[in-house]
Ligand binder design. Structure first.
Ligand code: SF4
Ligand code: SF4
Length: 263
């Protein structure tokens, strides 16, 4: 059974519009995703907006996985906008580089928190100007950092394949990967992909379209749709000409009895 083209376009158009809108709002939301303000706030015994946001990402990933990355992440918005100039597949075997950023950074957050004593208050608007991250009141410094982050996003997206920043430098993805792994270990129900493997004709359209450069066809044929790099964007769901892949809500499962579930 073919997937209606208008339906395909509608869902992916909505997703891309959300991503682009989130990117355009990045100057407003920048501090809520900041890897620096979480440290600065911890030094003042304050849970900043970014500490709260990273906590929410981890907890919601128990149910929603990396839906944030696929649907509303500002960095993902820029990464996918750049597909028009660079559409090369990323190398998923090198994603470990991301943890070289995340682990030392988390160690610093913990050390600063412990040396300050503990977190005494929550201030979601910490360091913002009435909730807005970048304003002229903050001087040039925050703008320089903002444009440096954008430059990193550009360079990695153009040199390391599709969504190169997500694969190699994103400090937010690990929170959701940890939440997702916990969900799989605890066998909690959540949003996932499901495949009707016998209907697959091995055309590789899903693999070619995946913005995270996953070998989706192999996932389908191996009946193993759980993957820590999957951002649940639904692109494979929508491009498959035989409607093999679906969104699903339920407990983690592997339909292949010879292949255990990946945590
Ligand atoms: S496997 Fe499908 S849902 Fe997951 S990232 Fe790739 S295209 Fe998106
Ligand atoms: S697009 Fe559909 S039919 Fe083609 S390889 Fe992927 S799952 Fe199989």
């Amino acid at each position: 059974m073919s997937t209606p083209v208008s339906h395909v376009h509608r869902r992916q158009n909505v997703r891309k519009t959300l991503l682009l809108g989130s990117f355009l709002l990045f100057p407003v939301t920048f501090y809520y995703l900041s890897p620096y303000l979480i440290i600065m706030g911890a030094g003042e015994r304050t849970a900043s907006g970014s500490m709260v946001a990273f906590g929410v990402m981890t907890l919601t990933a128990l149910v929603l996985g990396r839906l944030f990355c696929g649907w509303v992440c500002p960095a993902g918005g820029l990464g996918e906008a750049l597909f028009t100039v660079q559409n090369r597949r990323a190398n998923n075997s090198r994603n470990w580089t991301r943890w070289f950023v995340w682990v030392p950074w988390m160690a610093v957050v913990v050390l600063v928190t412990l040396s300050a004593g503990s977190i005494k208050r929550i201030d979601v608007l910490y360091q913002t100007d009435h909730g807005v991250s970048l304003t002229t009141a903050g001087g040039m410094g925050p703008y320089i950092i903002f444009y440096a982050v954008l430059a990193l996003l550009f360079v990695l997206s153009l040199t390391a394949g599709k969504r190169g920043f997500c694969h190699h430098a994103c400090w937010m993805a690990p929170f959701m990967m940890i939440g997702r792994r916990a969900r799989n270990v605890l066998h909690l129900p959540g949003v996932q992909l499901r495949a009707d493997t016998p209907a697959c004709v091995a055309c590789r359209a899903c693999t070619a379209a995946c913005p995270m450069s996953l070998d989706v066809q192999t996932m389908v044929l191996g009946q193993q749709m759980e993957n820590s790099e999957c951002i649940l964007c639904g692109t494979c769901v929508d491009v498959c000409p035989h409607s093999v892949i679906h969104y699903d809500f339920g407990k983690p499962r592997s339909t292949n009895p010879s292949q255990p579930e990946k945590p």
